[in-house]
Design a binder for this molecule. Sequence first.
Ligand code: GLN
Length: 208
Amino acid sequence: MNTTIGVLALQGAFLEHETMLRQLGVRPVEVRKPEQLTGLDGLIIPGGESTTMGLVAERWGLVAPLKAWVQSGKPTWGTCAGMILLAERAIGQKAGGQPLIGGLDVTVNRNYFGRQADSFETLLHVPVLGEPPIRAVFIRAPAIVEIGAGVDVLATTAGRAGEEVIVAVQQGNLLATAFHPELTNDLRWHAYFVSQVTHHASSIVPGA
Ligand code: GLN
């Protein structure tokens, strides 16, 4: 099967995701217009700046199509700013709020790690990815401060006060990571997402 995965290419680190997908033999498609969502098997919303990305998405008429895409149950992965956009609820937003796509039943703190250190790296233990622990790059990163009943925690790390905070979750076909797997050379997160996409695509009966 030819898996096609879209990468929202409005702003931020979309090229790096495309490179990772190509290394896995998947053809990435840059998404800037609603019609470019047609025919995709999965979608990645990259990191960058969620306010800017949300405003550009609004201007280009993408917010409603992206909401419909997520609601339809298509596999979607948000990294960093992309995770913020997928969240149902965000705190620490700019005055007046920002457009969110939503769908992921979590509350994110937009700049949870932002004031502590602009960026840092750490090793995460992620059972779904196996051993060894995986490097994670956090850049002005959000964290998940509350999850709904249908959300599985995939990874946590030490938070501002040394407490464990949630930095990767999955809710059905929605995957969200607070960090930037596309800025490492470990392909395991991308391979995990591609396997979810392939599994979902092969479960759809053509024409049904
Ligand atoms: N905290 C940033 C935001 O609000 C996200 C940073 C990132 O994607 N690296 O968009």
